[in-house]
Ligand binder design. Structure first.
Ligand code: ATP
Ligand code: MG
Length: 547
């Protein structure tokens, strides 16, 4: 498939190359903050950066944007790397914005020395108030015109720990009347003493803000094309203002380009928001199969191929859009149809007694693993006098258009014989206890695969005495609202019934299933083994339905 989705950036890069940008200077980066696990939105950004790098034989830096000690943790570094690797991408170098704290400090002094930054002693809420709104001019801080000397002196004191959290900040001196709110004297540094940084510990008590760090790290690393999602479009002017004011090299400077953020219906795609679901125990951790995180999708049974196919399919446009979850489901179904082993599992069992089949006889029949696989492989499944079928596959009195089993009618049992229902026995409450049937012993072909007699309906089944009891998790959307992010209190729109657990009877082959394998429970859906499964309790997660 042609990678049509990176076209918008292809064009930009091609143009840059045509106008003399050296090809060997192309360099990309993926800059997550280590404050949570990656989600499917990140997969889009990763795909974009790594695919462009691949195309132009350039490198990608995995840069941890770790400038806020409050939420950042070392463990997230591990999981972020693991997920990128699992998706099939290899970064050329790992860097940390926190490694640049000294450089950033020196660059901030360059701005102060140009008379373009000042220490503001006002409280943050006051600063916020004075910013006003895009339709009203902001108010200048009374500290805005401090001398360069005083600012350098105070900034040093900030760094050396003379002040406490919230006492003062360093602000860029740009324009309090700008219609772009990001230019109304943005904060460059704040004091955070209440929590130690996971890497630099107590070495620093002033921390650079995202805007101050991001572009300058791009500059330090010589990133050529800094691609980010659209929420940063309004930050671009500031990005360029900072770069312009620090650029001593007088050479190629990084440039920011935006693409549309991935939004998925019935989901929130932001680490900060997903973290709320984790912290409030609404889900069981970052890798809960209901989460739109890469780890959650993996545990649910998604493959790297299906995620990449999904990203290709939706494309990388500049338009704001919400992608329907059905496109993601389509992508995984397409892949699972190719690679999953077909097995038989019965969820709501109804006992079948085959009266003309000897009580102690067991036949091991051939069952095809995957009809899509050109290397035809088979496994053995046990057939006996007592079987389970799904209770909804039987109706005592046949109805029009009901093609499954009913009294006096025949069906084919998948990979096995033709079965005819003759009679039923009931429980005390009148419900059906079991169905008495007969089988046609001449209806099995040599391989057990193709039928001699054609019967319209084929049912899945398991042999009762051989059946393996398994637990299955069935998931629904986490939110009942299509676009929960529309609401500040998105948490009010939770689906409180998003996880259902059932017991089921599986064919014995599933006893040796591994986490890497994918299964189609025939006529039910695609499933995979859960990481918490063990010999005593075998647990499967439903990835997606068949249609
Ligand atoms: P937070 O909520 O903490 O800001 P985040 O989910 O926005 O987290 P970041 O660490 O800020 O994640 O983002 C890292 C990179 O991934 C950025 O370049 C950002 O543009 C990109 N990114 C984040 N979310 C999406 C998304 N939904 N679609 C596409 N790219 C995204
Ligand atoms: Mg973000």
């Amino acid at each position: 498939m042609k990678i049509k989705d990176i076209n918008i950036f292809d064009k930009i890069i091609e143009k840059d190359l045509e106008s003399g940008f050296p090809k060997n200077k192309l360099l990309f980066r993926f800059p997550p903050e280590p404050n949570g696990y990656l989600h499917i939105g990140h997969a889009k950004s990763i795909y974009l950066n790594f695919k462009l790098a691949e195309k132009y034989k350039a490198s990608v830096i995995l840069r941890f944007d770790d400038t806020n000690p409050i939420e950042e943790e070392k463990k997230f570094i591990y999981y972020i790397k693991k997920d990128i690797f699992w998706l099939g991408f290899k970064w050329n170098k790992v860097t940390y914005a926190s490694n640049y704290f000294y450089k950033l400090y020196d660059l901030a002094k360059v701005i102060i020395e140009k008379g373009k930054a000042y220490v503001d002693d006002q409280k943050q809420y006051k600063i916020q108030e004075q910013r006003k709104n895009p339709f009203e001019d902001g108010i200048e801080s009374p500290y805005r015109n401090r001398s360069i000397k005083e600012n350098i002196f105070l900034f040093k004191k900030m760094k050396n720990g003379y002040f406490d959290d919230g006492d003062c900040v360093l602000r860029a001196k740009i324009d309090m009347k700008s219609p772009n709110m990001n230019l109304r004297d943005p904060i460059m540094y704040r004091i955070i003493k209440k929590k130690l940084h996971y890497r630099t510990k107590n070495k620093w008590c002033i921390y650079p803000t995202y805007d101050w760090t991001h572009g300058q790290s791009d500059y330090i690393e010589n990133i050529s094309h800094s691609l980010c999602s659209f929420e940063f479009e309004n930050h671009k002017q500031l990005y360029n203002w900072y770069i312009y004011n620090i650029n001593k090299k007088n050479s190629l400077t990084p440039r920011q380009y935006e693409f549309s953020r991935l939004n998925l219906n019935y989901n929130v795609l932001s680490k900060r928001k997903l973290q709320i679901l984790v912290k409030q125990n609404i889900v069981n951790g970052w890798d809960d199969p209901r989460m739109p995180t890469i780890s959650g999708l993996r545990r649910r049974g998604y493959t790297p191929e299906s995620i990449k196919y999904f990203i290709k399919k939706i494309g990388i446009s500049k338009r704001y859009n919400h992608i329907d979850i059905s496109i993601l489901e389509f992508s995984i179904r397409k892949h699972l149809n190719k690679i999953s082993s077909r097995v038989m599992v019965v969820i709501n069992p109804l006992l079948i007694i085959i009266e003309n089949y000897p009580t102690s006889k067991v036949e091991w029949l051939n069952a095809e693993n995957n009809p899509e696989d050109i290397k035809k492989t088979y496994r053995k499944i046990p057939f006996s006098r007592f079987l389970y079928i799904e209770s909804e596959d039987f109706l005592e009195k046949n109805k029009k258009n009901f093609l499954r089993l009913s009294l006096g009618k025949e069906v084919r049992l998948k990979n096995a014989y033709i079965l005819k229902a003759n009679n039923i026995s009931r429980n005390i409450d009148g419900s059906i206890k079991s169905v008495y049937c007969t089988y046609d012993k001449n209806s099995l072909s040599k391989t057990g695969l193709s039928s001699k007699r054609k019967i319209k309906s084929t049912l899945h089944w398991v042999s009762k005495i051989h059946a393996l009891k398994i637990k299955i998790n069935i998931f629904d959307k986490i939110f009942i609202e299509k676009i929960p992010e529309k609401y500040k209190k998105f948490i009010d729109f939770l689906n409180h019934d998003s996880l259902k657990t059932k017991m089921a009877y599986a064919e014995t082959s599933l006893r040796t299933a591994t986490i890497k394998e994918k299964f189609q429970f025939q006529r039910i859906g695609y499933f995979c083994l859960d990481k918490k499964s063990n010999k005593k309790t075998i647990i499967f997660n439903k990835t997606v339905s068949l249609k």
